[in-house]
Design a protein around this ligand. Structure first.
Ligand SMILES: Nc1ncnc2c1ncn2[C@@H]1O[C@H](COP(=O)(O)OP(=O)(O)OP(=O)(O)O)[C@@H](O)[C@H]1O
Ligand SMILES: [Mg+2]
Length: 448
């Protein structure tokens, strides 16, 4: 472990013998770590990447089989190092993304990686261990305890016990990664703690945290007088969440732009019948976190057989190429680039070219918004439901604080502007507000 007792970023800071208590936001797409340096100030860890420092550590894991003498071992890299290793590899290993979205899945407890079963907890722990070691290096001290974020509603949770299961599995991953004490806090409540630290008057705020996997909301009283008297459970009016966000938007881009070019909706001949090509493969293609699981032997055999019977075999060939070459990351990058450009522009160009796959087309923001109508509707119903069950009218909400990467999507912001008025909307620290709030919470142990 690259433990550095002085710490490279602050050589004068003493080594804390009792261990540090940090805030960790393990996000579906990005993770960040922070610690409080005063009741209102936090320091966020910055991670080196090929293009400079970042506070948002990609929550991905790249695994590769490495020959060491006579033995083959499996090595893993997470975050920016994982991306670089993956892009530079001649024979690609396994790139796994959006692991947090599997936490409620009873059926996906483990996956086979180079002939060995690895549990989900173990894979997540691999990322968390790297994060811990990098943060220890940055802060110059051992980290023993963490206040950790969790969504109100995990991806795939249909009942409350699914959320409880997901939280238990996440706690186990933290334990495996060497954290001795872990406390959970709802992610939007953590964002509220951060927002509160910027205030000079009390407010009733609605937090909207839109990430990669989940959209979470909290209605909470915050402000200096609440901080002074100490927070009580009555200050939190309510939480709500829906298990979809940026990844779900990406899925719709894949469905409408990518899958048709890879054979979705085309036909094949089977015996004397004409059948559609199997649709389940395309629903996996829509989810980054499922794509690398298509690379199983029986699925590849099935696709080779489909190619032999397809009316448009070149499209199935392109699909096989994408799966075999593990191009999920490149596809993800192209889709995200389009989505991010559409947050600023009314028209953006989608480009994805590799081997047999060649896509190049203009996309209008209005088309993207049509593709995500269902998701936007679910988000709206969730917010309206929270206000209704809390007995709070939109006019009573003083401010709305929007955070998380997906809060940049104009159609998402519109939902709030329509209900609360543009003047009430605040935003900021989209990728670190949750970790900042968790760090502040970590420093105030007596708050409920
Ligand atoms: N400018 C932008 N416009 C639209 N979407 C964006 C923009 N920037 C980032 N995103 C999206 O934001 C998401 C990541 O946001 P964030 O880092 O807040 O999520 P996370 O914390 O990892 O996820 P979660 O909170 O759901 O666990 C991704 O889906 C990414 O594509
Ligand atoms: Mg988040």
């Amino acid at each position: 472990m690259p433990h550095n007792p002085t710490g490279p970023h602050n050589p004068t800071r003493p080594h804390n013998q009792t261990g540090l208590h940090v805030g960790i936001d393990f996000g579906t797409t990005n993770s960040s770590i922070a610690r409080a340096i005063s009741p209102s100030e936090v320091e966020v860890v910055r991670f080196p990447t090929a293009t400079g420092l970042t506070e948002a550590y990609r929550s991905l894991l790249y695994l590769e089989q490495v020959q060491e003498g006579a033995t083959r071992t499996v090595k893993g890299w997470s975050g920016p190092e994982g991306i670089e290793r993956y892009l530079g590899a001649e024979t690609r290993g396994r790139l796994i993304q959006s692991l947090k979205s599997f936490l409620t899945s009873e059926s996906l407890k483990s996956t086979e990686v180079f002939g060995r079963r690895r549990t989900l907890e173990d894979l997540i722990a691999r990322i968390l261990r790297d994060l811990r070691e990098k943060a220890e290096h940055h802060f110059g001290g051992k980290i023993h305890s963490a206040t950790v974020g969790r969504p109100v509603h995990f991806v795939g949770a249909e009942r409350e016990d699914h959320n409880a299961l997901a939280e238990r599995r996440l706690a186990e991953a933290f334990r495996l990664a060497g954290f001795e004490n872990v406390r959970f806090e709802m992610e939007p409540v953590a964002a509220a703690h951060y927002y509160e630290s910027t205030l000079d008057r009390d407010e009733l705020i609605l937090i909207g945290d839109f990430g990669g996997g989940t959209s979470d909301f909290s209605l909470v009283h915050v402000g200096p007088s609440i901080l002074r008297r100490g927070r009580t459970p009555h200050d939190l009016i309510g939480n709500a969440g829906v298990g979809l966000a940026g990844d779900a938007f990406d899925s719709k881009i894949v469905r409408h732009l990518v899958s048709p070019a890879l054979g979705a909706g085309s036909q094949m001949r089977s015996m004397d019948k004409i059948l559609p090509v199997p649709t389940w493969v395309y629903s996996k293609l829509e989810h980054w976190h499922h794509l690398s699981f298509l690379k199983a032997k029986d699925t590849m055999n099935m696709l080779t057989s489909v190619r032999g019977h397809a009316f448009e075999p070149e499209r199935i060939e392109a699909l096989i190429h994408l799966i075999e070459e593990d191009l999920g990351y490149q596809l993800h990058r192209a889709v995200q680039r389009l989505k991010i450009e559409l947050s600023d522009q009314y028209v953006a160009r989608f480009r994805f070219t590799d081997g047999d796959v060649d896509l190049d087309t203009d996309v209008r923001r209005i088309d993207f918004e049509t593709w995500i109508t269902d998701e936007l509707g679910q988000i709206e119903r969730c917010i309206d439901g929270l206000l209704e069950t809390s007995g709070v009218a939109a006019a009573q909400v003083d401010r709305v604080f929007l955070t998380g990467g997906t809060s940049f999507v104009p159609a998402v912001r519109d939902i709030f502007e329509v209900r609360f008025g543009r003047e009430k909307i605040r935003a900021g620290n989209e990728f670190t507000s949750v970790a900042r709030g968790l760090a502040l919470k970590a420093a105030t142990p007596r708050q409920p």
